[in-house]
Write a protein that binds this ligand. Structure first.
Ligand code: FAD
Ligand code: EPU
Length: 377
């Protein structure tokens, strides 16, 4: 615990204060209060096993949870952290720890949801970054704020949603994003980012690149429809709605359909460690797709607006024979080849090495380069 070093500093000051009767009592009391706050917040060698959905058993050298901007400032005012590397942690559902984290992990616990304004067509709903994503989606559905229903049941926190512009079943958050606020770790100011500032792309944003680890996203505001725009372009949703006997669509019914589909396909991290799709679906030029289609007529590809094709990485991986394979405690899921799993006590490196093997097989068979979606730490 950091308490030890604080305690010796505390004793030193106590001695100093005792030996100088006219010292500054106020300064002393202030220091004592600060010490109490900090000593409650900073943990050392904290286990992260329950804080990442892969269930990788690693520790963080320093670990602190924040529930306010004040907390962030308080933690970072500790000079010890000036040059310490930092990682913001949400639900830990898009991370793979390959070693103990030799720095400060800041766990986001900012809470609160607010309808900040509305106009004729839209509700502007602001959520603090530490809200659980699915609970936020359920809150919006309950209040008839439409637009997030297709994104039901994605694990993680609201604050991480812009990081990779989360997407599922035909919708990405960029479609309903209004703005976000983020704390600049260097100059300690709060900046508002517009949609353009975020440079959203498929599983991409500015926060994964030039602004990586430079900001803590503290809130996200979404622009949600007053009149729902049902998006059932993803075929499986229509099929599921029919199976549910739904005739009149609603955001509730679509959310339920999406949850049913996800539950039937994706492993629940509470049962088998995973971080969702381990790789992105690769984009190739049309010529490449057509070349592959001749050799592999069942290849799955979707046309993009730029004329290129997006290939289903799950299909590519399945064709290489990796689906359902297990190496030690690491495996490729038997129902969804895009998902790598921890069957028990896999080390982060074992999962990573497996991902390299999968990547090489796909490259060798199809000449297509897969890119990891999960953040490797
Ligand atoms: P974490 O894993 O904690 O963090 C991810 C990254 O964001 C890290 O680099 C972290 O440092 C950074 N970060 C987190 N919070 C902040 C913040 N407040 N400020 C700055 N940086 C921050 N994703 C999809 O897009 N679509 C899906 O359909 C989908 N399905 C999934 C299904 C399963 C079963 C699982 C396990 C994951 C799935 N994912 C999906 C991936 C994951 O849920 C999302 O990427 C989610 O947004 C991650 O949120 P998190 O809070 O867990 O982020
Ligand atoms: N497929 C196979 N074999 C497999 C898996 C998939 O052939 O083992 C084929 C399916 O038959 C289907 C196609 O691949 O024709 C697409 O599969 P699916 O609908 O399951 O979606 P996905 O492309 O594998 C993407 C996202 C998911 C998101 C779903 C639904 C990426 C990297 N993944 O998966 O996001 O939930 O679509 O929209 O874009 C995530 O990012 O973590 C994630 C889970």
């Amino acid at each position: 615990m950091r308490l030890d070093s604080c305690q010796s500093e505390y004793s030193r000051r106590l001695y100093y204060h005792k030996s100088c009767p006219k010292n500054k009592l106020v300064d002393f009391i202030e220091f004592g209060i600060k010490l109490l706050i900090l000593s409650m917040k900073i943990l050392e060698y904290q286990s992260l096993k329950k804080l990442n959905t892969f269930g990788i058993d690693v520790t963080a050298k320093y670990f602190a949870e924040f529930s306010s901007i004040n907390d962030i400032q308080e933690i970072l005012s500790n000079s010890k952290f000036l040059n310490t590397k930092k990682l913001i942690l949400g639900g830990g559902s898009n991370l793979l720890f390959t070693q103990n984290y030799d720095g400060l992990i800041l766990k986001n616990n900012l809470k609160g949801i607010e309808l900040v304004k509305q106009d004729a067509d839209f509700y502007y709903v602001k959520s603090a970054a530490g809200e659980v994503w699915h609970e936020f989606v359920m809150h919006c559905i309950k209040h008839n704020y439409a637009g997030l229903e297709n994104l039901s049941l994605i694990p993680g926190n609201v604050g991480a949603s812009p990081m990779q512009n989360i997407g599922a079943y035909g919708v990405e958050i960029k479609d309903v994003f209004y703005e976000l606020e983020a704390y600049n770790l260097a100059d300690k100011t709060i900046r508002t980012f517009s949609k353009a500032d975020c440079k959203f792309g498929y599983r991409e944003s500015v926060f994964k690149h030039e602004l990586k680890n430079k900001y803590i996203i503290t809130s996200v505001t979404f622009k949600l429809f007053k009149t729902p725009q049902f998006n059932t372009s993803y075929g499986a949703i229509e099929t599921e709605l029919a199976a549910m006997g739904i005739i009149d669509k609603s955001i509730r019914a679509i959310s339920k359909a999406v949850c049913n589909i996800r539950n039937s396909k994706l492993p629940n991290p509470a049962e088998i460690g995973n971080a969702g799709s381990f790789f992105k679906n690769p984009e190739v030029v049309r010529g490449k797709y057509e070349f592959l289609k001749i050799k592999y007529p069942t290849i799955v590809g979707y046309e993009l607006e730029n004329g290129n094709m997006k290939l289903a990485a799950g299909w590519l991986i399945e064709q290489t024979g990796w689906k359902g394979k297990i190496l030690g405690d690491a495996g490729v899921h038997k129902l969804q080849a895009l998902v790598l799993v921890n069957y028990g006590n896999a080390k982060g490196n074992e999962i990573y090495d497996l991902s390299t093997k999968v990547l090489e097989s796909v490259k060798e068979k199809f000449g297509v380069e897969l890119e990891r979606e999960v953040n490797i730490i």
